[in-house]
Ligand binder design. Sequence first.
Ligand code: MLT
Length: 237
Amino acid sequence: MEKQPSVRVAWTPADVAALAGQDLSRSLCVAIDVLRATSTLTTALANGATAIIPAAELDEARQLHAANPGALLCGERHGLPPDGFDLGNSPREFTRARVAGRLIVHTTTNGTRAVRACATAAETVIGCFLNISAVADRIRARASDIDCLVLACAGTFEDFSMEDALFAGALVEHLGWRHPIRSLWAGRTGPLEMALGLTRNGRRLKELGLREDILFCAQIDTTPILGTVNARGQIAA
Ligand code: MLT
């Protein structure tokens, strides 16, 4: 029978930030920001982006873009693209026509921080509903050589976010592993797009006229592509 490593959930941005100071050398981390950063990163890679450089701050993103002039500068603050950016953080913008063959510099409020906080993990993968089976397959493949699966839920503003916790529950359910977070997924009611739309982040996206992004991010298993963080700190498939 497959070995089950321990499962830890970083529920809030503060929990996620604390990962940066911990020994994650025997952990596989899943960075989760369903609405929308990890859904967008996965879509960019599925549509042929070569790699993504996660930048914590706007200034850092602009500097990285200046150092990589062929790259696309992408991301959000308050849900919208900052001045001078090529693309925002809507997965619908990251079409094959826009991103195939391109390097991307990406900065978002919480998603980027989650990816970077996991930097010292044995492996960090980018998880969302769009590629949940690919995420589960990678975890199963690594189960015998890690001690811990860390589910890094990026959160909304400084708080817990239900959409990330729902994904974490769905993932553990998919794996068939023991952890009480499965009950969150099992206890959902209605279609996933409705559950995502009722979250704080979902309501904010609707206020911004971005309801379509919620529908996009609620799709399950549209791609087998899995983003992982490489030794240079870039995300690639
Ligand atoms: C984040 O990183 O905080 C989110 O992805 C925000 C968003 O998509 O607007």
